[in-house]
Design a protein. Structure first.
Length: 394
């Protein structure tokens, strides 16, 4: 027995997979430790500037929160389904623990061998930390959300104050040169050079990711709440609440993300600029990005049935095999862009990078439709299920 599929949830998941690609493709090319958008040359085209501005405004730290939110929603749906199937919460939690162990192993392999920006590792750890909350009452989950949010706010404040002191004693030029050196390794380096750099970046990212766990956990728990309260499972009964979410998300999120997009573009044009406090806005994005993400979710949930049906034609299959598509994006992106593959990152422009992302989306949409017309699950999802069930069918 599996949790019943909800059309709008699969569409949202497919949308998140493609939105994440718009952000991740930059670090497929240049690694996760370099400046995300690189440095635009003086003769950069308007389209290149728009590519940086548009991704920073509409995608960066918007689709990762949606993906995490939906992971939490899936957690609530699946543990509830497992409890009905297995008869008690202890057995359901044990089965889900196996799911998280597989996800952890997949994340480690993905991060070490393909792309250092893997999120599956942190998702697995976050899931393990909240596993016992699958039976918790709503008020306890609400307290956990507040606790995680406050803990993350404290982490962000401490990081900003600490790094502000450290960086003030370093040359900004040194930071920029280090970022450019990493970009050169990924875009032009040999397979051993890139593999060594990727392994180091993955370990660094996971160590830093420990500080980000409260953020991921808060998003997971919000997804759990959306299921427990019926907001995702019976959205037609909560349209007024979703309208308020949309209004709040757009009203607060859009202007704040617009400010961040301006900062990201200025930094790409001139890493030495001091007009806008980029580190401060970058840290604030962990709060303002999810606001706009919430507006995206609300807009889709409130969409007319005809609009949802049109989106579902292409996005539902992508969402049903989201893990497979996420892994395929990393594999294809690194093979096309990094020096160990075709090495396109050495010469590609930001606008061309966005065209490549669009081409990858179209390919994945078509492939997902073809695959799901023939099979019940994506290949990675099937392997995941096989491991969890120990080879048994259920």
């Amino acid at each position: 027995m599996t949790a019943p599929r909800l059309l709008h949830v699969d569409v949202l998941r497919g949308l998140a997979v493609f939105g994440i690609l718009l952000v991740n493709i930059w670090s497929f090319a240049w690694g996760t430790s370099s400046l995300r958008y690189g440095v635009l040359p003086p003769d950069a085209s308007v389209l290149d500037g728009l590519a940086v501005f548009g991704v920073a405004l509409l995608a960066e730290l918007k689709f990762y929160p949606i993906f995490a939110f939906l992971f939490g929603a899936g957690f609530a749906l699946q543990t509830r389904s497992l409890k009905r199937q297995l008869g008690n919460w202890q057995a359901a939690q044990a089965r889900y623990w196996r799911r998280l162990m597989w996800l952890l192993g997949c994340g480690i392999l993905h991060g070490m061998l393909v792309w250092s920006g893997d999120v599956l590792t942190s998702y697995a750890f976050s899931g393990l930390l909240i596993l016992r909350l699958s039976t918790a009452p709503v008020h306890r989950i609400c307290r956990a959300v507040l606790t995680a949010a406050l803990a993350f706010a404290a982490v962000i404040l401490a990081l900003y104050l600490l790094l502000g002191v450290v960086i003030s004693y370093r040359e900004v030029n040194d930071i920029w040169l280090a970022a450019e050196n990493l970009r050169a390794v990924y875009s032009q380096g040999s397979l051993p050079d890139i593999a060594w750099q990727r392994a180091g970046d993955y370990v660094t990212a996971q160590l830093a990711g420990v500080l980000m766990l409260p953020h991921t956990i808060a998003l997971f728990l919000l997804g759990m709440l959306a299921v427990r309260l019926g907001w995702l499972t019976r959205p037609e009964r909560h349209r007024a609440a979703w309208r308020r979410v949309r209004l709040l998300g757009l009203g607060l999120g859009l202007p704040l993300n617009l400010l961040w997009a301006c900062a990201a573009l200025l930094q790409a044009l001139n890493p030495h600029q001091a007009t806008i406090n980029v580190p401060l806005l970058e840290y604030l994005m962990y709060f303002t990005g999810p606001l706009l993400a919430a507006a995206y979710v609300a807009a889709l949930v409130l969409a007319r049935k005809t609009v949802l049906a049109l989106l579902a034609r292409w996005l539902e299959p992508v969402g049903r095999m989201a893990l497979s598509n996420y892994l395929l994006q990393s594999l294809a992106g690194t093979l096309l862009l990094q020096g160990s593959g075709l090495g396109w990152a050495a010469t590609i422009t930001p606008s061309q990078l966005m065209l490549l992302a669009l081409a990858m989306m179209l390919f994945q949409a078509g492939l997902s439709r073809w695959w799901m017309a023939r099979y019940q699950q994506g290949p990675a999802e099937a392997l995941w299920r096989h491991y969890v069930l120990g080879g048994r069918q259920a």
